[in-house]
Design a binder for this molecule. Structure first.
Ligand SMILES: Cc1ncc(COP(=O)(O)O)c(C=O)c1O
Length: 404
């Protein structure tokens, strides 16, 4: 059959990360590529108990169709968890926060709509927005996130700005309190809605990050949260907090998308979360990830010595961002690294505008400390070889250009 594709389908691309993950499934590859939470942190026996309890106590309702807004007690628990006053009626349970991004795109973006994003930004958001055929606009960003002057300059006519203030994917950086205040004030003044995505906020290592942007101006923000990083991503459970002025439209989009997020999963998580479970469980994840981050920072410092490699020092989350020396293109480097048994994600797909070919994202949570050591040593070796190869090619070029 010769399918005639819709224009939006023509714009859909396979996720670069999913393609890389296929390679990394080969035996012998240490993957620093995927954003997979450590399976060691999944509370399997608590889930088993909660499943039994839900089926025993509430089986018929748990297996029946349900309200699109989500399971009442879970919406209440989410509202209570957040650090600003939230009415549970503003909470929409979503099938992962990725669905939240899809619903927002459907409700707020037309072909050609300008949507502002950080430089770089979460690849999955660019992918979720893309079928609506918007024009993503990259806002200049530094180590504290999006820069206010450029945000103000690009705000006119933009539908919203998409921001990740905590332990950003892909860079691991966090927006300071001062920057949050300035961004929030500038967006409110420009009438620019903020979509705040916060799946990593609870994964802090030494101190909690400043309060969310949404807490400063709940009427001007849509907030996205997720259970993927604090419980398990396979549940596909996230949530959205939206002001009353836009909630009904998001709800209609949710109804059309999948009627509702699986009732059983919602009840199970609601059951697991009873009695302050997250307050006991999340610190164990923080402790493990901090240990892993320390191991990766130490390995990078040790193995990349003398190579002029820059890397971020994330205070939480799952990723750090590396900038390789002049002459290294990480897209070209990847197959060579895979040959040596290590995979990473090149930085290019995380940019809405011009990309920096020297960048890459490394996850410090999936591989063990020993694997991190081995992988970073292999990566440093590949980089050294590539630099030596570049230098030899430069000499060849010079010899070829000079008169004999
Ligand atoms: C920034 C960001 N937003 C959203 C998501 C989607 O998360 P989920 O759909 O599992 O809640 C991810 C997943 O890695 C992410 O990194």
């Amino acid at each position: 059959m010769n399918w005639k594709l819709a224009a939006r389908a023509e714009k859909m691309n396979p996720s670069v990360i999913r393609e890389i993950l296929k390679v990394t499934e080969r035996p012998g590859i240490i993957s620093l590529a995927g954003g997979l939470p450590s399976p060691k942190t999944f509370p399997i026996s608590d889930f088993a108990d909660a499943c039994a309890e839900v089926l025993h106590k509430d089986g018929q309702a748990a297996l029946q169709y349900a309200a699109s807004e989500g399971y009442g007690p879970l919406r209440e628990a989410v509202a209570e968890m957040l650090p600003w006053p939230v009415d549970p009626a503003q909470v929409l349970i979503t099938t992962g926060s990725q669905q939240g991004l899809d619903l927002i795109a459907k409700v707020l973006l037309d072909p050609g709509s300008r949507v502002l994003v950080e430089t770089p930004t979460y690849l999955g958001a660019l992918q979720a927005f893309s079928p609506m055929e918007p024009e993503p606009v990259s806002v200049a960003s530094d180590n504290e996130g999006v820069m206010v002057d450029d945000l103000i300059a690009k705000a006119p006519d933009a539908r919203f700005v998409y921001l990740l203030p905590n332990f950003q994917n892909p860079t691991g950086r966090t927006m300071t309190e001062e920057r949050r205040a300035a961004v929030s004030a500038a967006a409110a003044k420009a009438g620019l809605p903020i979509v705040e995505d916060n799946p990593y906020g609870e994964l802090w290592f030494d101190e909690a990050p400043p309060p969310p942007l949404t807490a400063r101006n709940p009427e001007g923000c849509i907030y996205l949260g997720s259970f993927s990083k604090v419980l398990a991503p396979g549940l596909r459970l996230g949530f959205m907090v939206a002001p009353k002025s836009i909630y009904p439209k998001l709800l209609q989009a949710k109804q059309a998308a999948d009627l509702h997020t699986p009732s059983f999963n919602q009840r199970m998580v609601s059951e697991v979360m009873k009695d302050g479970f997250l307050a006991r469980h999340v610190p164990t994840i923080r402790k493990l990830y901090k240990h892993q981050r320390d191991a990766m920072l130490a390995a990078l410092t040790r193995e990349m010595k003398g190579l002029q490699v820059e890397f971020t020092q994330p205070a939480g989350g799952m990723f750090l961002w590396v900038r390789m020396p002049e002459g290294i293109d990480t897209v070209a480097l990847l197959p060579k690294a895979v040959e040596r048994g290590v995979a990473f994600v090149p930085g290019a797909p995380f940019y809405a505008g011009a990309s920096d070919p020297r960048t890459m994202r490394l996850s410090f949570v999936t591989a063990s400390v020993d694997e991190i050591d081995t992988a970073i040593a292999a990566l440093a070796e590949v980089v050294r070889e590539q630099l030596a190869h570049n230098a030899a090619a430069d000499v060849q070029r010079l010899l070829a250009a000079s008169p004999t």
